[in-house]
Structures are given as structure tokens and as C-alpha cells.
Design a protein around this ligand. Sequence first.
Ligand code: SER
Length: 318
Amino acid sequence: MKRIVVTGSLGQIGTELVVYLRKIYGVDNVLATGRRLKDPNNIAVTSGEFKIMNVGVPKDIGEVCAAYKADAIIHLAGVLSANAEKDPALAWETNMIGLYNVLEVARELRLAVFFPSSIAAFGPSTPADNTPQDTLQRPTTMYGVTKVAGELLSDYYAMRYEVDVRGLRFPGIISYEAEPGGGTTDYAVHIYWEAIRKAAYTSYIAKGTLMDMMYMPDALDAVTKLMEADPAKLKHRNCFNITAMSFDPEKLADSIRKYIPDFVLDYDVDPIRQRIANSWPNSLDDSCARAEWGYSPKYDLDAMTRDMLEKIRVKLGK
Ligand code: SER
């Protein structure tokens, strides 16, 4: 990658990925874009160029990418799992039509594409423990449907039109810079803020619900590593299982108690997000990512907890 356009730049991952890419590829080689400028103080906006671009309008994507002389598009714009259940039509429009438009522009302009899939691409009939790279994918959420279809569409464009599309099945991503919006794994971010504010958190996800997670620095590293990987070594494309840890709310609370001993966790389970979580794997097998392009996360649960609490304390001045 040399000249990169990022969609969904103001989201949880986009905000940090734009800054990370600017450090590696140069400020003038990474264009942040979004449907609207929802926060002018977002670091993806203040650290370089930002343009309004709607992934629902193919002409916009084509014009912006051509004018920027982009060779890669990192396509993060999307509606997350819980929001997709609230508005399935919007999720289909944004996640499916948006991806189709991006792939069409990539085909015409010969751009590489990064596509973020998710643990949501699996469903209740998938083996839940140590979920293999290649397995049954029959998700029961609209978000999951768009992710499986997106994986297939991306592989189709790679095979049929030789578009260099690569992707990751992200687990829940934990970070402190920009809030996650409308996901099922968001509890694992909110809990840290409430731990510092009140030493207490009420979880909408039930005790015992295991989900894969990773800390943002490992996610950023994974995106660039995959996009720069030697294509000859890639047996898979869309998309690679990756994970750094798997926990339930109790295990996360235990980790927080190592630093905040009086932290209290209780529950008020949200049936919609619980149903979504129940349909996802407990833990992924990411051995293909490790073998094919050297995926190797650095943060385990306690290392992440220590860093999250430290960084949030600074943000809150506590
Ligand atoms: N973090 C996402 C969500 O909860 C999973 O891809 O929707």
C-alpha cells in the first residue's frame, strides 16, 4: 500500500487506524473519509486530510479514489451487530451495497481492498470452541448475513477480477480512543470506563458468555501485516480468523479487580444482544493467520486491562 483511502474513519477502528497508517505511510498518503463529519475533533480529522464520502454513492468513491491516486481502500464503514438488528434494512444497505460499490471501484481503478469481517460471520451451527478457519457459516443475525455475503463477494472479486481483497474476522475490539457504536461486544469497553468512574458495572451480557476479543494495537498491526503480506503465502483471503483472548464478563471483572480490588459487577441482561452473543463462537482458531502471514498479538487480558485503565484514568483526569 502506498496511497490509502479509509472509509468509516470516525468509527472505533477507523479513528485509530488512520493515525497508525499516517505514522507508517506518511500523513499525506492516508485520506480519512466518512459519510459526515460527526466530530471535527476526532484525531483522524485533526491529524491529516478528511473528506466527506458516502459509500452508498459509487461515483463519489470513484472520484475521491481517482483524485487521490489511491492504490488501496480500507473499507471500515459499516453498521454493527446490535444496530443491525434494530434496522436490518440500513445494515443491508450500508454493509452490502457499500461493499459492492467499493469492490466495483477497486475493479475499475485496480485498488487493493481491506474488508473487515467478524466473529459474527459464524452462527449457532458452527463449532463453538476453537472454531476452525474453514467451517459452517450460517449466522442468524443481519450483521452476520452481511459479513458472510461480504466474504463471498470479496473472494469472488479476487477470483473473477483479480482484485486484491483481503480481510479479517475481527473479534470484539477493545480501545479507549473512540467509542464502539452499536455492537454486542461493546460491554467489554464500557466496563473499563465505569470501573474508573464508579468501581461498578452492570453488564447486559450474561455471566458465562464467552466471546473472542483483542486490544486495538494488535488489531491495527494485524490490518497492515495482512495487507503487506506476500500474496504467494496466502492460501485464504476473505477472511482470516484472528483473536487474542476469550473471556466472559466474570473473567474480565477478575482482571479489573487486580487493579481495582473493590470493583463490583452485576447483571441486567439485554435479550437481543444476549441472543446475538449466544450465536457466536466461544473461541476462534487463528492458526491460519499465524501460519500464512505471521499474525501474533501482543496483549493478553491482564496486559490490556492494565493499559486500558491507565489510559482512561488520564482521559478522565482520575
Ligand atoms: N464487535 C462487533 C459487534 O459486536 C463484532 O464484530 O458487533
